[in-house]
Design a protein around this ligand. Structure first.
Ligand SMILES: [Zn+2]
Length: 134
C-alpha cells in the first residue's frame, strides 16, 4: 500500500467513475451520438465532439497492450517495487494505465487476457488493477 498519496480530485465528469470503483464496477463512458466508448472521463466525445455521453459498466475484461516492470520507484511507491505497470485494452476498445497484480512477472506478456480487480488504496480511493485470467 502506498504510504501517502495526494487526495483524489473528483469532479462532475469523473464522479461516476470513482463511485463505480467503490461499488466494484469499472465504468466508462459511451457516446450517445457515435456509440464509441470513451476513457478517461470527460465532457466531450473525442471522436465526434458530442456532449452526450452516458455511463456504462464494462465487462472488466481485456488484454495487456503493453507493460513494464518497475524496479525503481519514488515517493509513495518506492516500497512497492518490483511491480508491473501496464496499459490494458478493455473489450470495449479503450486503453487504461493500471497495474497487473497477483502474478509472477514472468507470466505477464503482451496479449495476455486479464480481468479487473479492485484495490482499496486508502479510505475513499479504490483503483482498478488487473489480474491474469488463467
Ligand atoms: Zn461520439
Amino acid at each position: 500500500m502506498p504510504a501517502q498519496l495526494p487526495p483524489l480530485v473528483i469532479d462532475s465528469d469523473s464522479r461516476p467513475y470513482w463511485e463505480g470503483l467503490a461499488q466494484g464496477e469499472l465504468r466508462i463512458q459511451r457516446c450517445d451520438a457515435c456509440s464509441r466508448y470513451v476513457f478517461y472521463p470527460r465532457a466531450i466525445c473525442p471522436h465526434c465532439s458530442s456532449g452526450q455521453l452516458s455511463w456504462v459498466t464494462t465487462t472488466g475484461k481485456g488484454t495487456i497492450y503493453s507493460y513494464t516492470v518497475a524496479h525503481q520507484a519514488f515517493g509513495p511507491f518506492a516500497a512497492e517495487v518490483p511491480f508491473v505497470i501496464a496499459v490494458v485494452e478493455l473489450e470495449e476498445s479503450v486503453r487504461m494505465m493500471t497495474r497487473i497484480v497477483d502474478a509472477p512477472h514472468e507470466q505477464v506478456h503482451i496479449g495476455a487476457a486479464v480481468h479487473v480487480t479492485f484495490a482499496t488504496i486508502s479510505e475513499g480511493m479504490t483503483l482498478p488493477y488487473f489480474q491474469l485470467t488463467m
